[in-house]
Ligand binder design. Sequence first.
Ligand SMILES: Nc1ncnc2c1ncn2[C@@H]1O[C@H](COP(=O)(O)OP(=O)(O)O)[C@@H](O)[C@H]1O
Ligand SMILES: [Mg+2]
Length: 379
Amino acid sequence: MLGSSMSGDTKVTIYYGPLSWLQEQLGSEKHKYLLDIITEQDAARRRITHAVEGQTLPADEEVERRPKRLVAESADYASVQEHAIMNFVGLIRSINPKQLVLHNPPAHIHLQLAREFSIEVKRYAYPAVTRDTLVRFRDGFAGHLVGQSAVKESLLAAMYPLTTDRRTTPVVLMFYGPSGVGKTESAQFLNELLGGTLLRKQFSMFHNDKFASYLFGGTHSEDSLARDLLDRESGVILIDEFDKANPVFHSAFYQLFDGGVFEDKNYTVEVGPSLIICTSNYGTEDAIRQALGDALYSRFDALIEFKALTKDEIRDVIERLVDDRFSNLAPDEQARLTPNALKTILYPLADKSGNVRKLGKLVDEVISLLLVRALLSEV
Ligand SMILES: Nc1ncnc2c1ncn2[C@@H]1O[C@H](COP(=O)(O)OP(=O)(O)O)[C@@H](O)[C@H]1O
Ligand SMILES: [Mg+2]
């Protein structure tokens, strides 16, 4: 090769979006991975060291040849040594590919390259809320959830701005209310309408020390919300159990909720006009304001209350659950049960719980109990 001064003609393309989309964009044309080349370079360096110790130097064509297209995917930067990240331009010059494709790179890699190369940036078009989404939401809601009709109306109104071109920032919603009444289910249903695997983060799953690096960025090998946001496919961003986050982390969300930009130590993300849904078990708007403070509270576009189900609604849920479970049984099992008998057993038990998650388990238990009794009494 002709030395680094000739390497300025590398064509650099940066893709921001999900991996599945990148792979579609790359197509079937052959490419090499940055990580493989780094491994080859390391091996070549080791061989040269041996050669210096008395053997002859092998002619290694594989390392010498100029790669046509060099690719680094989002997860790859974690395996690149910190010093190579700091001098990414030097690394690329030493490889000198004709084309360089970077997927969701850390911000300072983008900046470094922008000073030395001309860069083309491509961004994934995320599924957007349209009038059709609203229609399908309105018409499909009752099929997913019993009750919560006030939720349906407020959600439609809250999503409306996303259907207009004026909206360039996310709509940020807080779903609140007791457990097991449909908060997560509603978010999932919305995302189904839009498509793409839902980005769902449960804040109860984090310990404080991990959470700090997750939100503010750590080393390149650590998980971070910024990278999860970059890698996501979905138009909905679900932050489940937002109330479980320590208040010291609240300020991390100001910029994201305001203008749709999230920055940590390594990455910058623009989420655009997406739908950010936080869920919590707060009981009232006042409780939310108290717990989150005005600065964060005021950044929600709408607070949507999920109510405990009424007795009639619980009966309705039981009917749906029984019919659903019954239809999934084997024919010989179905022959041992009648749905109506099941429902009659279950109605009074359900007075105790309006938590549909628990009701589902209760229905499963009763079905198993009846089936095992029938099975054993046949002998
Ligand atoms: N109102 C409802 N009607 C029918 N099913 C429901 C309802 N609320 C919850 N479920 C079901 O109960 C389970 C738990 O609901 P989920 O939405 O996760 O509760 P949470 O409000 O705690 O987020 C899910 O399987 C969901 O489909
Ligand atoms: Mg939930």
